[in-house]
Design a protein around this ligand. Structure first.
Ligand code: KIV
Length: 271
């Protein structure tokens, strides 16, 4: 039986039941009220207020510049549009690394001011103390391993991570440490499918992939990418469900023509 069809409100426990019953978890990003409402109405399980808002909404080259207050603005807009999905909010760069007291403060601020249901943090053992401290406040934490975009200046490139044994072993150990600490799920970004599959098998919590193959417990995509709004991002892992860039541009051009030709507004479109 489908778990997700019978659930009025998705919780971390529902996600665990989905993993236990081998039902895949669907997750998309959203950054605003209107998009979040459409995605939630579609029956998605998890909405991620990703720090990809830094790229998608603000046009920055990386996820590093977005601030805690900006994430809270996006997250509170999303929360107002959602009735059913679990809303997970990314902790932005600089709000949790290396200082567990500040991490707890940031996570509490996100939960209080946005109304989100959980936070997501990038990293493994190096952020474990912060993860543990946030969990003590009763805030659910989703981990994020593999290609972690907040570390782009350490990696130097957005290529596939953990292809070599040393990094793969480290990733498995990090995933196990995050599970042991109490994370309710982990995102694995842009790693070999076999490695992701191994993590999903060896861990009991849900593993959500992006560019990590289909032998994991669920998938996440950035909504603007899967809708084809952004036509400049075409990685191999991305399936585009629309070409909204083209459709939107055509609509804008028709509108411009209608205004210029005085076709809009017509008799029935005025008072
Ligand atoms: O910020 C984001 O959109 C993410 C997803 C790519 C997982 O972290």
């Amino acid at each position: 039986m489908s778990v997700h069809k019978n659930v009025k409100k998705v919780t971390t426990h529902v996600l665990q039941t989905m993993k236990n019953e081998c039902e895949k978890i669907s997750m998309l990003t959203a950054y605003d009220y209107t998009m979040a409402k459409i995605i939630d109405d579609s029956g998605i399980d998890v909405i991620l207020v990703g720090d990809s808002a830094s790229n998608i909404m603000a046009g920055h080259e990386t996820t590093l510049p977005i601030t805690l207050d900006q994430m809270i603005y996006h997250a509170s807009s999303v929360v107002r549009g959602v009735e059913r999905a679990l809303v997970v909010v990314d902790m932005p760069f600089g709000s949790y690394q290396g200082n567990s007291k500040e991490a707890l403060f940031s996570a509490i601020k996100i939960m209080k001011e946005s109304g989100g249901h959980a936070v997501k943090m990038e990293g493994g053992k190096e952020i474990l103390e912060s993860v543990e401290r946030i969990l003590t406040a009763g805030i659910p934490v989703m981990g994020h391993l593999g290609l972690t975009p907040q570390s782009i200046y350490k990696f130097g490139t957005y290529v596939v991570r953990a292809k070599e044994k040393e990094e793969a072993d480290r990733l498995i150990n990090d995933a196990k440490a995050l599970e042991k600490a109490g994370c309710f799920a982990i995102v694995l970004e842009k790693i070999p499918s076999d490695l992701a599959s191994r993590v999903a098998k060896e861990l009991t919590i849900p593993i959500i992939g992006i560019g990590a193959g289909n032998k994991v417990d669920g998938q996440v995509l950035v909504v603007h990418d899967m809708l084809g709004i952004n036509n400049e991002f075409n990685p191999r892992f991305l399936r585009k469900y629309n070409n909204l860039h083209k459709e939107m541009k055509e609509s804008f051009q028709r509108y411009i023509n209608d205004v210029k030709s005085n076709d809009f507004p017509n008799e029935s479109e005025q008072y």
